[in-house]
Design a protein around this ligand. Structure first.
Ligand code: XMP
Length: 516
């Protein structure tokens, strides 16, 4: 377990094996309270030692009766710390404290109408007499433990919420953390602020002050190096570390030449000119292009670019005197996932920095307590430009995985210009940022066309635009035909060598977002 922000009042979200725990932790942070996810088998002693201000028991996929179903150290209910259980967490609370949880096969999934039965109750204070909630459960509580009041029901769930204010125990069968639950965030806020008495102090300014203080304490008078890619995470790390220790920081920007139009210039403008950070800009395009000459296999491209990045980075890093620390943009979800044994294999590469023989830096990871939306908010607060703060996901190997086949300087220039038009046009139309990612792909084929009186034999550009929540699944964006028509015209007229534009209408799965 981590002690990142111990001086902040902290809520522990006890993880009963659900992706819900992360969502709950984010909702708590949205209520301006610092939260951490802890394993469900945390002991009462550990809880006492770390004195969280409140506990939330997450939902989970298991039935409380399943063999090996995750349990809670029951002494935790006796600590006097406010506890709120959701779904599985509620069933467990009922079972542990002597309530009745009948083993039924009647589940409830999706929307349900919640009826508040006790307008005077504490947790549902201010929730409308009837409202929409989100349910996803099989077992449910038949009768609450002694001392509990049933405060709400739905058509199929007689105990949809219960509370024992004397013991500071509260629970809901539905999921307040899910956006479909109408008063969900309000219930979470009532629990945190009114019931547990936690003030909403986890604000951007506090996050920054806290992190800055931590970096100063950790680093002292040492020098720090940070690799910049132009992405959100490394940019925010650089800006934060710079805020903390000023010119003890040197940033190394390895420009592999595979960035989009104006991105490299933007990195230099932002960090060298605006922030006045000591920035080493390594223009390595030629070096990369010669390594990539003749290479068309996507995996080989990725490998070459990845390995070369670290080579260039360490060449520069070892030129600097007396650097002790390497700052890295690890985020909280990476930490949670690495802590989970099964996910560790997939994610462990995050921390496997290939230090060359005889070279070592200690790591500082100033973002490791933050979720991505918090990282963006910190970036905005620190004055990073919108283009960086709201940058779309962009592969480390950059345009190399969007040029199918061999990479040349000319192809990079062609794709950059077409991609800039795509970004400009969709960006102007998508003011709400509803499209997750959009870009151009340059395939290794040519086709016949005609322009004016001339026959052409040029490349097509494929426009890719997807809607997604997390890039795990995605659907092609339903862009207006007029927008597609305008992009097509502009690309063909403005980008030499392109004579066709196609729109990719493949979802993920079966496709991936990128083409390579
Ligand atoms: P796919 O193509 O697998 O992409 O559907 C899922 C998300 O990951 C991004 N992506 C990458 N990001 N290095 C990265 O940092 C990579 O090599 C890489 N490949 C894909 C992709 O843009 C999408 O958001």
């Amino acid at each position: 377990m981590t002690d990142y922000h111990n001086e902040q009042p902290t809520v522990f979200v006890l993880d009963f094996g659900a992706q819900y725990a992360q969502l709950i932790a984010r909702r708590v942070r949205e209520a301006r309270v610092y939260s951490e996810i802890v394993p469900h088998d945390v002991t009462a002693e550990e809880i006492e030692r770390r004195h969280p201000a409140a506990l939330i028991l997450s939902g989970g996929p298991a039935s409380v009766y399943a063999p090996g179903a995750p349990r809670l150290d029951k002494r935790i209910y006796e600590l006097g710390i406010p506890v709120l259980g959701f779904c599985y967490g509620m069933q467990l609370m009922a079972l542990d404290l002597g309530g009745d949880v009948p083993h039924t096969d009647i589940g409830e999934y999706g929307f349900a109408e919640l009826t508040v039965m006790e307008p005077e109750c504490r947790l549902l204070d201010g929730v409308a007499a009837t409202s929409q909630v989100w349910m996803s459960h099989r077992d449910s509580v038949g009768a609450p433990p002694e001392g509990f009041l049933v405060t709400a029901r739905t058509a199929t769930t007689p105990v949809a919420a219960m509370e024992d204010p004397g013991r500071r125990l509260y629970a809901t069968q539905f999921h307040p953390e899910v956006a479909h639950t109408e008063f969900g965030q309000q219930i979470i806020r009532t629990f945190l602020h009114d019931i547990a008495g936690i003030p909403p102090v986890w604000t951007m300014v506090n996050i920054i002050d806290d992190t800055v203080a931590r970096i100063r304490e950790q680093v002292g008078a040492d020098r720090v190096i940070c690799g910049l890619s132009g992405g959100v995470d490394s940019s925010v790390v650089a800006a934060l570390v710079h805020r903390a220790i000023g010119d003890q920081l040197t940033c190394v920007f390895v420009d592999h030449g595979m960035l989009r139009l104006d991105e490299a210039e933007q990195v230099v403008r932002t960090f060298r000119d605006q922030f006045r950070i000591d920035l080493v800009h390594v223009d390595a395009e030629q070096r990369y292009l010669s390594l990539l000459a003749g290479v068309s296999d996507p995996e080989q491209k990725r490998r070459i670019i990845g390995e070369e990045f670290w080579k260039v980075f360490f060449e520069e890093a070892t030129k600097l005197e007396g650097v002790k620390w390497l700052a890295q943009g690890t985020l909280y979800p990476d930490v949670i996932e690495s802590g989970n044994k099964t996910a560790a294999k997939i994610k462990s590469h995050h921390n496997l920095i290939p230090f060359p023989a005889g070279v070592h830096f200690d790591l500082i990871e100033p973002l490791k307590a933050l979720f991505k939306d918090e990282v963006r908010a910190v970036g905005a607060e620190l004055g990073l430009p919108d283009e960086i703060v709201h940058r779309q996901p962009f592969p480390g190997p950059g345009l190399a995985v969007r040029i199918i086949g061999e990479i040349t300087h000319e192809k990079l220039e062609t794709l950059r210009r077409a991609d800039a038009i795509i970004r400009e046009e969709i960006g102007e139309w998508d003011t709400e940022r509803s499209v997750w990612q959009y870009f151009g792909v340059l395939p290794d084929i040519r086709s016949v066309g005609v322009m004016g009186d001339e026959r052409t034999y040029g490349h097509p550009i494929i426009v890719r635009a997807v809607a997604s929540a997390d890039a795990m699944t995605a659907d092609w964006a339903r862009l207006p035909h007029d927008l597609l028509a305008k992009m097509s015209n502009r690309i063909i007229n403005e980008v030499e060598g392109i004579n066709r534009v196609a729109y990719d209408i493949t979802s993920k799965p079966p496709g991936t977002i990128e083409w390579e």
